[in-house]
Design a binder for this molecule. Structure first.
Ligand SMILES: Nc1ncnc2c1ncn2[C@@H]1O[C@H](COP(=O)(O)OP(=O)(O)O)[C@@H](O)[C@H]1O
Ligand SMILES: [Mg+2]
Length: 481
């Protein structure tokens, strides 16, 4: 393909591996240079200015990621491919963020090495144009919080790394419980906005009348109950990231206001004429099929295209069975650490059972199952009998599907047990205040914002209800994960 000769620098401590790569890639047009240490590799990089650098992440005396940074500091157009036996979430995200062309796990190399190298070389030839990025030398050592070795999740991590430095809106789709909010948080965490707020708002959980003032704020006296001026989420998340969860449930009237913010960065408070500006990065999520919503005119087409600049699709857990064991182990560890309990082990039968179960509630259900199993297990090993799979109360999505399940076969005791379990599993939840807010939100939701009926349902006066609404609106985080 290429007329002129090209040079590839391959870096790995294993000389057998280097020989194998050389065999795969060397042609009369392509020269392969190798190094077994990162300092040696950097010298070779400076001498040869290779068209492509392929490096293992675990290198001495400094890591492959640092080599990537050094190489790109010297030549901002340097094409770098990272490899590793393991693609930990953090490494994959960091390498893409630092400007790697791709990250390939070693086990995948026999299948896609040539393909990726060709793509990299072609791209290198075509666009030697400026790719701006800020090199960042220190790679934070914080715990992985998104788990996944499946090809699909590795793709997701790469996308997170690629989009984190830009301000482009991101649309995350996937079934309930598949990790959309977690991914949204990761995008914020790895972005330049990470020192500012990440604010989440669930568009499906708030009645239409409240949602507008929740998002845009309101002026004093804008409506009954608006006793003072209040900042909305767009104002609060200025400089940061606003996560619009369940955007598919946003009323059409509000959609056009969101579009205005996206297009002009402008909005007004409810009951106000003043035009306000905000600099917010929008990450939206939905478990609906938005294309379908667009075609049946329930979702604005222009807003859809505006939001859908970058799309991250989370596959349901049943389509990434190879992650089930990993996730289960991760949650076991998490529960044990949080609750200072001994770390239980999983029997092979329990793993097999979990790997065949379809997980309608996805990762959330798996997490609940593991938490429950930790409580139920009678020995140090979790057996199939300890797994409450298909147990209706646990299968149901606690935040999002409150209306779909019939409460008829849910006894008061099991409902209370479930709530206590939820609280036990989330130390951040202060159960009673949390319940008060949840009940208030839900009462408003099922009465469609009718304060008289909601107050009656809650057994409080309308004045008290108004106070609650105001108080709960002021708190920082609306969503409780
Ligand atoms: N890949 C993952 N690794 C670790 N935890 C996960 C993963 N995906 C989801 N979770 C956990 O499962 C629960 C549900 O995830 P969430 O992001 O709220 O899902 P969604 O927003 O799609 O409904 C959360 O507690 C989250 O931390
Ligand atoms: Mg969610």
């Amino acid at each position: 393909m290429a007329e002129k000769s090209q040079t590839i620098l391959v870096v790995d401590p294993d000389t057998d591996f280097l020989d194998w790569v050389r065999k795969q890639l060397e042609t009369p047009q392509i020269r392969v240079v190798t190094a077994t240490a990162s300092d040696e590799a950097y010298r070779a990089f400076c001498q040869n200015t290779p068209d492509l650098l392929i490096t293992e992440t675990h290198m001495q005396p400094f890591s492959g990621l640092e080599l990537l940074v050094k190489a790109r500091q010297r030549d901002p157009d340097a094409m770098v491919i990272l490899t590793s036996a393991f693609g930990t979430t953090q490494t994959v995200i960091e390498s893409m963020k630092l400007g790697a062309f791709d990250f390939i796990r070693k086990e995948g190399l026999p299948f896609n090495l040539k393909h990726v190298v060709n793509a990299a070389l072609t791209e290198q030839e075509q666009m030697r144009s400026a790719v701006t990025f800020k090199p960042q030398l220190t790679v934070e050592q914080h715990q992985d919080s998104i788990v996944g070795q499946s090809a699909a999740m590795q793709q997701v991590f790469k996308m997170v790394g690629r989009v984190s430095h830009s301000d482009a809106p991101v649309m995350i789709t996937g079934e309930s419980g598949s990790g959309k909010e977690l991914v949204a948080r990761a995008i914020h965490h790895y972005s330049q906005r990470s020192h500012k707020d990440f604010i989440a708002i669930n568009c499906a959980a708030i009645p239409e009348q409240l949602l507008e003032s929740e998002l845009f704020g309101h002026e004093k006296g804008a409506f009954t109950g608006a006793v003072a001026q209040r900042a909305g989420r767009f104002e609060q998340s200025n400089g940061g990231t606003l996560f619009l969860d369940e955007i598919g449930d946003m009323p059409l009237a509000l959609q056009s206001k969101i579009l205005r913010v996206l297009q002009e960065g402008e909005y007004s408070r409810v009951g106000g004429n003043e035009t306000l500006r905000t600099d917010v990065r929008i990450v939206a999520a939905t478990n609906k099929n938005l294309e379908q919503e667009v075609s049946r005119k329930a979702f604005r087409e222009d807003l859809f295209y505006r939001l859908n600049v970058v799309r991250i699709q989370l596959p349901p857990l049943r389509q990434r069975v190879e992650d089930v064991r990993l996730l289960a182990e991760y949650f076991l560890e998490k529960v044990a650490t949080k609750k200072h309990l001994p770390r239980l082990r999983l029997s092979e039968e329990a793993v097999r059972l979990m790997e065949t179960y379809p997980w309608p509630g996805n990762v959330r259900e798996l997490e609940n199952t593991i938490q429950r199993a930790t409580v139920l297990a009678t020995s140090g090993v979790i057996l199939p009998k300890d797994l409450p799979l298909g147990n209706e109360a646990f299968q149901r999505d606690t935040e999002e599907d409150a209306e779909t399940g019939s409460p008829a076969n849910l006894t008061k005791e099991s409902a209370i047990e479930f709530l206590l379990q939820t609280a036990q599993a989330n130390p951040d939840i202060q159960l009673l205040p949390w319940l008060e807010r949840e009940f208030t939100l839900h009462a408003m939701k099922i009465t469609r914002g009718n304060q008289v009926r909601a107050a009656k349902l809650l057994g409080i006066t309308r004045a008290t209800l108004r106070k609650r609404i105001e108080i709960f609106g002021i708190t920082k985080e609306l969503s409780i994960s």
